[in-house]
Ligand binder design. Structure first.
Ligand code: GAP
Length: 516
């Protein structure tokens, strides 16, 4: 199935099974704003808990924070967001559609990558086991031609971003005949900068009202609380402050479902280190964060690092962890070495001294910062994209039927087990409810007695429930039940008293933490 179709099906699945709804849907929705339904919120909470515990519980030098969304407007002046938190936008005059110029150029480069991959795929089929991909890429004229074009665009693109040369961005788009996907024309406006922050007014009178911003990142709440946390927690450098919270950006191009939203959630950690130590910690956190992603078992090949082409003016190293979404490898997390930029700016704009006295060095300094910043919603999407499967299975009377299953990592699955009485009589529902009542304090459990057992299994597969427990007549006699494993569909008979232990082992975060 084409990846585009997989993505459409995934979006439809999210709605049909109560994971994600369009915001204000009864009023035709609000672009790039989404609500999480009954299973979505459970999955999201589990992702947040896995992140929070791996940061705050596993590291005794990382503590948490929950700062307000509204902040003093000068925060955003100091951070550079008022002046420089912009995206370059371009409009197509015929379709009146608005695009990000940098995204159009990135998509253009991705087309050359796709052409090269296609050549490689064809050749791999032709040559079979003797195929040497590296050699083929180096010598095949068509691959080389596409690579040359991609590199030409790439170096012009990087220079244009670096020089903030909006005319050159437009020229790249024109030179390579990029057309609007809606109108199919090259009738473009000039590229302009567009600030992404939402603003509103705080206070009641027109005169006294203060223009405030909805925070576009949670990080600044951490920076302005650096001294509060360091002093009250008696924290010694190196240490980190972690925070989960909403962020808001007036994204120009709202597309790809929850990948690019106007209201989203971030999980950020700022790690404060001594000047000169930041690159060592940057490498360390890169490794830790990649391990965290891979611990969830989606497959190592699904992740890669992507170093930034253009470093922000305050950064001396930056990389993204990308996940292979149905629409290509995309950023899920950013890891940035932000130097002492933010704390120094806040020191300057607030007039307060923001330094740390290092007892080991016997000196005071403005700490340097390594940041890890992951979007909850992108993480959610990556998990669903990696988990969504359509399979042909043997159904009733040996007939083939299809099942949609979310092979979510059990630790983050919204529902851990479903308890299903085989029939609605003979005391089986009562026994099933007893099991639910016993286990519900430990796991998110569901009781379901409606429809055939096959249909109930399918419903649980579709929401990613790793275990289905079936109560039958034998259960009444010997206190055993069958436990069905979602991915293999294999069933085994176990005693009711063993259930808690078997399930705990598979869904417990502690087990995964041991590998981090
Ligand atoms: N404090 C650094 C920072 O905010 P960023 O790369 O702009 O860096 C960090 O954002 C993460 O936040 C991204 O890797 C992504 O997962 C998430 N994110 C950013 N913009 C988003 C959006 N419009 N919708 C959903 N997630 C977004």
């Amino acid at each position: 199935m084409a990846q585009e179709d997989v993505f459409k099906k995934l979006v439809a699945h999210c709605k049909e099974y109560g994971f994600v709804f369009q915001s204000s849907e009864i009023y035709d929705g609000l672009a790039a704003v989404y609500d999480y339904g009954q299973y979505g919120v459970e999955l999201k909470n589990n992702i947040k808990k896995y992140w929070w515990d791996s940061m705050v519980l596993l590291n005794d030098n990382v503590v948490g924070l929950d700062s307000a969304i509204f902040m003093h407007p000068t925060v955003w002046k100091a951070s550079g967001h008022v002046d420089a938190f912009n995206d370059p936008l371009i409009d197509n005059k015929d379709s009146k559609k608005r695009y990000r110029a940098d995204v159009l150029i990135e998509d253009l480069m991705a087309k050359f990558d796709a052409k090269m991959d296609k050549e490689v795929e064809k050749a791999a089929k032709r040559f079979g086991d003797s195929f040497d991909e590296a050699m083929f890429r180096e010598t095949n004229p068509r691959v080389q031609e596409n690579l040359k074009k991609k590199e030409e665009i790439h170096s012009r693109f990087v220079k244009a971003l670096h020089d903030n040369d909006l005319a050159e961005l437009k020229k790249i788009i024109e030179d390579y005949d990029v057309v609007c996907p809606i109108s199919g024309t090259k009738n473009w406006t000039d590229v302009r900068q567009f600030n992404l922050m939402f603003s509103t007014e705080m206070g009641s009178t027109a005169d006294g009202a203060l223009k405030v911003f909805l925070r576009p990142e949670t990080a600044q709440g951490i920076f302005v609380n650096f001294l509060n946390v360091q002093k009250t927690g008696r924290m010694k450098i190196p240490f980190g402050i972690a925070q989960i919270g909403k962020a808001f950006r007036n994204e120009i191009v709202a597309r790809q479902f929850i990948f690019r939203m106007r209201e989203f959630e971030q999980m950020e950690m700022q790690f404060f280190v001594a000047p000169g130590e930041e690159l060592k910690w940057f490498e360390k956190w890169k490794e830790v964060r990649m391990k965290w992603h891979q611990s969830l078992g989606m497959g190592e090949h699904k992740y890669r690092f992507h170093d930034h082409d253009k470093l922000a003016h305050y950064a001396n190293a930056a990389t993204d962890i990308e996940f292979e979404m149905p629409f290509g490898f995309k950023e899920v997390e950013g890891i940035h070495s932000r130097t002492d930029f933010d704390l120094t700016q806040h020191q300057e704009y607030s007039g307060r001294k923001i330094t740390y006295y290092d007892p080991e060095k016997g000196e005071s300094y403005v700490p340097y910062v390594v940041e890890t910043s992951i979007g909850v919603d992108r993480m959610f999407l990556s998990m669903l994209a990696g988990a969504y499967c359509e399979e042909e299975v043997e159904g009733k009377d040996g007939k083939k039927e299809s099942r949609v299953v979310l092979k979510l990592p059990p630790v983050i699955a919204p529902v851990k087990l479903a308890v299903l009485p085989l029939v609605k009589k003979d005391g089986l529902p009562e026994m099933a409810k007893e099991i639910v009542n016993d286990l519900k304090f430990h796991f998110n459990c569901q009781y379901d007695e409606k429809d055939s057992i096959g249909k109930r299994y399918r419903r649980q597969d579709a929401i990613g429930t790793p275990f289905c427990i079936t109560i039958d007549h034998q259960s009444l006699e010997d206190k055993t039940v069958t436990i069905r494993h979602r991915d293999t569909m294999k069933q085994e008979r176990v005693s009711i008293s063993e259930l808690k232990g078997i399930i705990s082992e598979k869904v417990s975060m502690t087990e995964l933490f041991k590998n981090l």
